[in-house]
Design a protein around this ligand. Structure first.
Ligand code: HEC
Length: 436
């Protein structure tokens, strides 16, 4: 194989990606939305000569810069760490397809970091008008980073191009401007503004307890971005949902958990708008710490839910129509069926022992979605104690027929036999331990 496999017990490696990605999204979206809010509110405070309000944003900027730069950088690198280990072939494909995208993104990232530091450390030293321009530069650079990354993550969900298909032209822009690009950019921009306004709510509720007048002002000013953010995010996700390919719709329809999550996402959006309307919009004086935390938890849950649906609905693909969850390219399948799934490489020599070979096939072909004996979609319980090898082999041969979220079986008859032996032994050992 081209790369080594990586087994994360119980959780499975892709779910570890999802966990790191969700934590990163909580911070990276704040980095973008917070930039937009600071730029707008800073301008508002300067234009109105409102010193106390501008002072509040100076205080907020400290919280903002510390959290987004330090935590954002750690979790951002964490994403590279997990995707490179869990899905090396997909990571390679994304680097190859989007090499200029990563390069452009890095340039904007540098602009973002430099302007963030200038914005915070020179808040009082710069002329207010110049400072307003610096905060606008930060906001624009951060938003462009979001747009660039969204083009890439949207391509993983649906690789069909808006203007032409990348698979036919190999052109960077055809990959970048894919069908999901616009709705996902809208959803993420809305999510970023929403999340940032919620963090401001939370921060203000905790730090401005003694200054009720200022707190009321922050609450009033942030109510509009919260409601706007929820609506824009929900519209983006709805557009994205409508435009998904037929196969993904089918995958979502048949997975109970995903159905529940889709309903939950839109439910939370409605609840948040209602809470905002009957809470801060009608009674801006009555925002408590508890209310601010609850609202923040709702916002974080909505974002995490959307992220999880995006991750799960993509199966069997890691990169739509290009790389499968079995760590192979779609175009290799027929060849591998003839020559064999396992290949000798620097990483791995094909073992001569039949069970070891079967275990290795499991790690490459199945480990991306199934844990072994217990954990996420663990394979032993899914086989329900089946110990008739012929039945197991029939299941493997038709892998993607009953469950369309699985990649097709991609090996020789002999390898199918090796894997069936491995699974049978695993299952027998498991149930022997359970029953004395
Ligand atoms: C890209 C993800 C993915 C890969 C790779 C994958 N599966 Fe699955 N598999 C699923 C999903 C999703 C389900 C259905 C969800 C569930 O019931 O947990 C499933 C269900 C199953 C079931 C139960 C089927 C049934 O009829 O109830 C078996 C058995 C199974 N997989 C075996 C395998 C084996 C063996 C491999 C490797 C050769 C494999 N899977 C590779 C995603 C995958």
């Amino acid at each position: 194989m081209y790369y080594p496999w990586w087994y994360v017990p119980g959780l499975t490696a892709p779910m570890l990606i999802a966990v790191v990605a969700v934590i990163h999204v909580f911070v990276s979206h704040y980095a973008v939305g917070g930039g937009i809010l600071i730029a707008l509110e800073n301008r508002f405070a300067v234009a109105n000569g409102d010193k106390p309000y501008r002072d509040y944003w100076y205080k907020h900027a400290r919280f903002f810069v510390l959290l987004t730069v330090a935590f954002g950088a750690i979790t951002g690198v964490g994403i590279w760490w997990t995707i490179a280990l869990a899905s090396p072939l997909a990571t390679e494909t994304l680097i190859r397809t989007f090499v200029f995208g990563w390069a452009i993104e890095w340039v904007f990232f540098v602009i973002e970091i430099v302007s963030a530091f200038i914005m915070y450390y020179f808040w009082v030293k710069l002329k207010p008008q110049t400072h307003v321009i610096i905060s606008a530069i930060y906001a624009i650079a951060a938003w462009i980073s979001l747009v660039l990354i969204t083009g890439i993550t949207a391509f993983m969900l649906d690789s069909r191009g808006l203007f032409a298909d990348w698979s036919e032209t190999g052109n960077f822009w055809h990959a970048f401007f894919n069908i999901q690009f616009l709705p996902q950019t809208i959803a993420r921009t809305g999510g970023a503004i929403l999340l940032a306004a919620l963090y401001v709510f939370f921060h203000a509720a905790w730090t401005l307890g003694n200054d009720k007048l200022l707190l009321e002002k922050v609450v009033k000013r942030m109510s509009c971005p919260i409601i706007f953010g929820v609506i824009v995010m929900a519209v983006g996700i709805a557009m994205s949902f409508i435009l998904l390919p037929e196969s993904v719709h089918r995958a979502i329809e048949r997975a109970v958990l995903l159905n529940v999550l889709v309903v939950m996402f839109f439910g939370i959006c409605v609840i948040m708008v209602l809470l905002m309307f009957f809470g801060p919009v009608m009674h801006p004086k009555s925002v408590s710490n508890g209310f601010a935390i609850s609202l923040l938890v709702f916002g974080l849950t909505a974002l995490a839910t959307a992220e999880f649906i995006r991750e799960a609905a993509r199966k069997p693909w890691i990169v739509d129509q290009i790389v499968l969850g079995s760590q192979v390219y779609k175009d290799e399948i027929s060849q591998l069926r003839a020559t064999g799934f396992l290949r000798n490489s620097n990483w791995q020599k094909i073992p001569s022992n039949k069970l070891e070979r079967g275990g290795m096939i499991f790690m490459y072909h199945c480990n991306n979605c199934h844990a072994l004996e217990s954990g996420l979609s663990a394979i032993v319980p899914l086989l329900s104690g089946e110990d008739d090898k012929k039945v197991i082999k029939d299941k493997l041969r038709l892998l993607n027929k009953p469950v369309i979220s699985m990649p097709p079986w991609t090996g020789t008859e002999e390898e199918l036999d090796d894997l069936a032996d491995f699974l049978k032994q695993l299952s027998q050992e498991h149930y022997k331990q359970k029953s004395p």
